[in-house]
Design a protein around this ligand. Structure first.
Ligand SMILES: [Fe+2]
Ligand SMILES: [Fe+2]
Length: 246
């Protein structure tokens, strides 16, 4: 059974086993943008008992091993396609549904729960930022990463991939991930951790449920990019540049 050390970072823990993301998310421990924190540091900030958390992480790791997917060994082209198919499509499909539900709950409940208006505004801002972010990844960054992966795989001196570096575009994407994380945190705070009021109708329940799933999916999505795809793409680029200049 895996044992998780207090000095392991949150990103390393999720890289070792994807299923641990579920436990970390439950305690709102940020393994994507805040993935460089160690387990001990994260527990100190959230005032959590580290032994209990280590036990919980070990229990989930000992679960169904066939459900584990090791994205860390995936080819970069495959990982880019997977992110687009699973996580980008999820956002594109769910943004209009959540917006529609938010309009309905604002109309019906904003008089008693005025925070819903702010939640709707923040979600609109988040959606606009995310849709433009996805477009940049799909049109510019991911095709470039796939070219890099192909060039490395076949030892090609592909001039197309060497005209620029992906360092800056990746930094921009990481900053945008952090901004999305901040907006999600604001929604979480305004909704008091998605606590439903006693007068919540089924639509209210549904939209809170959907917002929580949206947050979970986005954390997983950002984890795959920040902790696997981007560092590996940078590594590929470095190798290719060394190969060409020597
Ligand atoms: Fe993405
Ligand atoms: Fe991204």
């Amino acid at each position: 059974m895996a044992t998780y050390q207090s000095n392991q970072t949150l990103a390393e823990i999720v890289l070792e086993n994807q299923q641990t993301a579920e436990v970390l998310s439950k305690y709102q421990l940020d393994f994507c943008c805040g993935g460089s924190q160690t387990l001990a540091e994260a527990c100190a900030v959230k005032n959590l008992n580290i032994k209990d958390l280590q036990n919980e992480l070990q229990t989930i790791s000992a679960g169904n091993s066939s459900a584990k997917t090791n994205f860390n060994v995936w080819d970069l082209a495959l990982l880019s396609d997977y992110i687009v198919q699973k996580h980008h499509h999820y956002i594109i499909h769910n943004v209009p549904i959540i917006q529609h539900l938010l309009h309905k709950v604002v109309d019906a409940h904003a008089d008693k729960h005025p925070e819903l208006v702010e939640i709707r505004e923040i979600f609109t801002e988040l959606s606009e930022e995310l849709l433009s972010h996805l477009q940049k990844e799909e049109v510019i960054l991911f095709p470039y990463i796939k070219n890099l992966a192909g060039a490395e795989k076949y030892n090609l001196e592909n001039p197309h991939v060497c005209v620029k570096t992906i360092q800056n575009p990746i930094k921009v994407m990481e900053t945008e991930h952090e901004e999305a994380g901040i907006l999600l945190k604001l929604i979480r705070n305004l909704s008091q951790n998605y606590t439903l009021p006693v007068d919540a109708c089924p639509t209210y329940r549904l939209v809170f449920d959907k917002l929580q799933t949206f947050e979970k999916d986005l954390f997983q999505h950002i984890h795959l990019e920040n902790n696997i795809l981007f560092p590996k793409a940078l590594q590929s680029e470095r190798k290719l540049l060394e190969y060409i200049t020597h």
